[in-house]
Ligand binder design. Structure first.
Ligand SMILES: Nc1nc2c(ncn2[C@@H]2O[C@H](COP(=O)(O)O)[C@@H](O)[C@H]2O)c(=O)[nH]1
Ligand SMILES: [Zn+2]
Length: 249
């Protein structure tokens, strides 16, 4: 989120309170995540699903935990604000964190698409952008350099497989995109990139064309780096072979 705010120059387009809402939401949006998604929570009738009546149980929980932390005097970064400012920030954070429920992905993206052609940073209704920014920060692991992205992806797949294993064990419906017998790393990622990430990035880059070039250069430079390091390894191997054969002769 911090990087996105800089890349898109949002510091000069939104107010400081909006920036605070986005940064704090991004930081808190997955607090106390149990590693099992909403579908599991609902099917397994967990305490969270019962508490939140099956409505975005996880995101409601992350948000409640965030405000529980903020209520502690030693953690309350909002304590010097006015009641009005606090209410505004709380309302904004609740909207942004609840927007990270992937079941609402299309609803939120479609709303943003509609306002795209007439987007106005000063229009109150166009604060939808803040949700999009939090969502992009949440799911854009794949936009980072491969060396950073891949270990996180491995953790995500481990989390998926753990959930589907538990679903099988408990006789619950098995979430297909988490099933180790049905998905692989490439199949999972090509689908996610094609159907979720690209449509989201496409909309955001219409508003911030600078992202397209920067993201491309970033990806391209890491691709070049990996090619270079591969060719260097090959060179090194060649060097060792030449040397050892020279030694033999
Ligand atoms: N197959 C992939 N799914 C991904 C990836 N990045 C995110 N996601 C999905 O989004 C949710 C985000 O919700 P969260 O509450 O867990 O943050 C996550 O669970 C995945 O379902 C990805 O790179 N590949
Ligand atoms: Zn989440």
């Amino acid at each position: 989120m911090y990087g996105l705010i800089w890349l898109t120059d949002l510091r000069n387009k939104l107010g400081r309170i909006e920036l605070l809402i986005m940064l704090t939401s991004a930081l808190c949006h997955d607090l106390d995540h149990p590693g099992y998604n909403n579908v599991y929570q609902i099917n397994a009738q967990t305490d969270l699903a019962l508490r939140y009546n099956d409505i975005s149980p996880l995101e409601n929980h992350h948000c409640a935990v965030a405000f529980g932390i903020l209520a502690k005097p030693e953690c309350n970064i909002l304590k010097n604000l006015t009641t009005e400012q606090y209410k505004h920030i709380r309302g904004g954070m609740i909207k942004c964190i609840l927007a990270t429920d992937m079941a609402r992905h299309n609803e939120i993206l479609n709303k943003f698409k509609v306002m795209q052609p007439v987007f106005d940073f000063t229009n109150k209704d166009h604060k939808e952008l803040m949700k999009i920014m939090v969502k992009v920060s949440d799911i854009s692991n794949e936009a980072r350099p491969m060396a950073v992205a891949e270990p996180w992806l491995d953790c995500l797949l481990q989390e998926f497989f753990n959930q589907s294993d538990t679903e099988k064990l408990k006789g619950l419906p098995v979430t297909p995109f988490m099933d180790r017998d049905k998905v692989s790393k490439p199949s999972s990622q090509t689908n996610f990139i094609q159907f979720v990430l690209l449509p989201l990035f496409t909309e955001l880059t219409k508003l911030f064309p600078c992202l397209e070039v920067k993201a491309f250069i970033h990806r391209f430079s890491s691709f070049i780096e990996s090619c270079l390091s591969k060719s260097q390894q090959e060179d090194n191997r060649g060097f060792i072979t030449t040397n050892s054969s020279a030694g033999k002769s």
